[in-house]
Design a protein around this ligand. Structure first.
Ligand code: HEC
Length: 100
């Protein structure tokens, strides 16, 4: 009987832990994104000739960043910035900016 009680409690808590990690991803994404908005504008919407990076499909964003990271992309700045981020961090930023 006790076991059943705890199983029910644990199943009840599952959605909480899932949404908790989404929130965590969002907070981490936002913190990382803050290093981009100085150039790309609030929420990454672009400013002063620097392109908009908000609302992009996640995969497109990640591919673009990996291309900069590879050093093969023609760029004035991003080939220096992108290598500073891991794939995991790029994914978090892609998720954050895709919802902006
Ligand atoms: C110092 C200014 C600066 C910062 C900081 C910066 N960017 Fe950029 N970004 C640029 C410029 C300029 C370009 C245009 C490509 C180039 O010349 O490097 C660009 C281009 C891009 C593009 C491609 C846009 C397109 O239309 O092809 C992406 C994606 C991007 N940046 C993401 C980021 C992310 C993510 C960050 C934060 C980790 C960031 N940028 C930080 C200046 C910056």
């Amino acid at each position: 009987m006790k076991v059943i009680f705890w199983v029910i409690i644990l199943i009840g808590l599952l959605p909480l832990t899932a949404s908790g990690s989404d929130t965590n991803d969002y907070i981490q994404g936002r913190a990382l994104a803050a290093t981009c908005t100085g150039c790309h504008g609030t929420d990454g919407r672009g400013q002063g000739g620097i392109p908009n990076i908000s609302g992009w499909e996640r995969k497109v964003f990640v591919d673009r960043m990996l291309y900069f990271k590879s050093g093969n992309a023609q760029a004035t700045l991003m080939h220096q910035i992108a290598p500073g981020y891991t794939l995991e961090q790029i994914n978090l930023m892609a998720q954050y900016f895709s919802k902006k």
